[in-house]
Design a protein. Structure first.
Length: 478
């Protein structure tokens, strides 16, 4: 710390230990002692004696109210009035909607045993979105957002390329409209890639598309987890799609998303394999909701998963320090969030700036909650339901939920996926805290590495940076 004098009266102010444990996280890296101040996600370097004083302050039964601890807590801003906090408990007003995902095909050509979406049917019947619904959704998105806002239009399923003509027509319609009106728009699609052809690749290359391919790892793992209804080799189909993309031209970003089940085993061989295929970003998603409960993670199985994730993180850390691209998305996302000082009270944009449209044009909080009556957020014909959105956002505020309000990781985590929490509760909390603690260590180590080597940032394949301009400021927030 920088030795500033504590505010007058701080030494006499009582310290409430349970609240401090929710506001301050002490951790160690290879470089020494550090602190995360939860409000603002600020990271500080500490001397060993300072860490000891702060640890005593947050440990029940220790000398929490000492002059030393009060001075340090004041320096960290932990004794500031509630009015000066970055996140308030005031009712959240829903922001303008800037992103829609269209469930253009509530059907799929694959039979993945773990599919939470029931092959896109979400417990109903298979169907495709009519063109008039898709175009009305585009018009509604333009009408809802501010004129200077960047719009995002996503295509989901099931498998969205079962509705290929609709995807092409809607993307062109939206892009042409944006060009006429001087608006900024981007596109995304999540696909199993088994149906992807040259026309699709050309569309994704010509328009600003982020393409995410569902790929679960090596040939054997992917084929076992993601069988096709027609018996064809789903892994070879992905390789064929990647060859088409290489020939026609890459999209703005090409990502791989791997679903990890309780049976997946070590992740590093899968990560190495997928990065070797040339993706700009590779990320793992642990399975929590599945029609086959044997595939979904339990709290105990998450302990092994955390060890596997950290093994991947250590490999990524070594590669980054060596100056080699290694786009491990789970780590890069966390590093960016920490560097920005992210401190969000919600898990994502669901129900806020982002909504999802089902085949009939009803609006839902997100693509994972399609056809769930508890998460209906309006209709594209009349617009988003502001009251329903506000209720969702307010009841999901991490400082209003238990046990989230007492967790140091709450503003980096955001409280967990609405769909997963509804279905499984909070079985992943210890895993999330363990992974974030590793990411905090990685953040301070990379900050020092970049400072010592004079590197400003590490660029990934798509030109973004894993972590940009990380300063090394001892006794100051990073």
């Amino acid at each position: 710390m920088d030795g500033k004098t504590a505010e007058a009266g701080c030494a006499a102010r009582p310290v409430v230990v349970p609240r401090l444990q929710a506001e301050l996280k002490l951790f160690r890296s290879a470089l020494g002692h550090h602190a995360l101040v939860v409000d603002g996600s600020r990271v500080y370097d500490l001397m060993a004696d300072e860490a000891a004083v702060l640890r005593a302050a947050i440990t029940p039964g220790d000398a929490a109210g000492s002059t030393d601890s009060a001075a340090l807590l004041a320096d960290l801003g932990l004794l500031a009035p509630a009015a000066r906090r970055r996140i308030a408990l005031d009712p959240i007003e829903p922001p303008k909607v800037t992103a829609f995902s269209l469930n253009v095909a509530q059907a799929c050509n694959m039979g993945c045993a773990y599919c939470y979406a029931d092959e896109g049917k979400f417990g109903g019947r298979a169907r495709l979105m009519p063109q008039e619904v898709a175009r009305a959704s585009v018009d509604r998105l333009f009408a809802e957002a501010d004129a200077d806002a960047r719009l995002v239009l996503g295509f989901m399923g099931g498998e969205p390329l079962l509705a290929r003509t609709l995807v092409h027509d809607t993307a062109r319609y939206a892009f042409d409209k944006a060009q006429r009106l001087g608006r900024d728009i981007g596109f995304s699609i999540t696909t199993n890639a088994t149906l992807l052809n040259e026309a699709d690749a050309r569309l994704f290359h010509e328009l600003p598309f982020v393409v995410t391919i569902s790929l679960d790892g090596t040939r054997d793992v992917h084929r076992a987890q993601r069988p096709m209804h027609n018996g064809h080799d789903s892994y070879q189909a992905v390789l064929d799609a990647l060859a088409v993309i290489a020939r026609v031209g890459r999209p703005k970003q090409l990502a791989a998303r791997a679903t990890v089940t309780a049976r997946s085993g070590r992740l590093l061989p899968l990560l190495d394999h997928m990065i070797g295929l040339g993706f700009d970003d590779v990320g793992f998603s642990a399975l929590l909701v599945s029609p086959d409960p044997r595939l979904a993670f339990t709290a105990t199985e998450f302990e092994r998963h955390l060890a596997h994730m950290i093994e991947c993180g250590e490999k990524a850390l070594a590669e980054i320090k060596a100056g080699r691209p290694y786009p491990f998305g789970n780590l890069e996302t966390a590093l960016q969030e920490i560097h920005r000082g992210s401190h969000r009270p919600l898990p994502c944009g669901a129900g806020a700036g982002y909504l999802s449209v089902n085949a009939e044009g009803r609006l839902y909080a997100c693509h994972r909650l399609i056809d769930d009556p508890a998460f209906i957020m309006g209709d594209i014909r009349v617009g988003p339901d502001t009251q329903a959105r506000q209720k969702l956002l307010n009841r999901s505020h991490v400082d209003r939920m238990e046990p989230c309000s007492g967790c140091w990781a709450r503003y980096l985590c955001g409280g967990g996926c609405h769909h997963e929490v509804k279905a499984r509760g909070r079985v992943a909390c210890d895993y999330i805290r363990g992974w974030l603690e590793f990411c905090l260590k990685a953040y301070v180590e990379l900050g020092t590495h970049f400072a010592q080597t004079g590197s400003e940032h590490l660029s990934t394949r798509d030109g973004a940076s894993a972590i940009a301009n990380v300063p090394h400021m001892v006794s100051s927030p990073r």
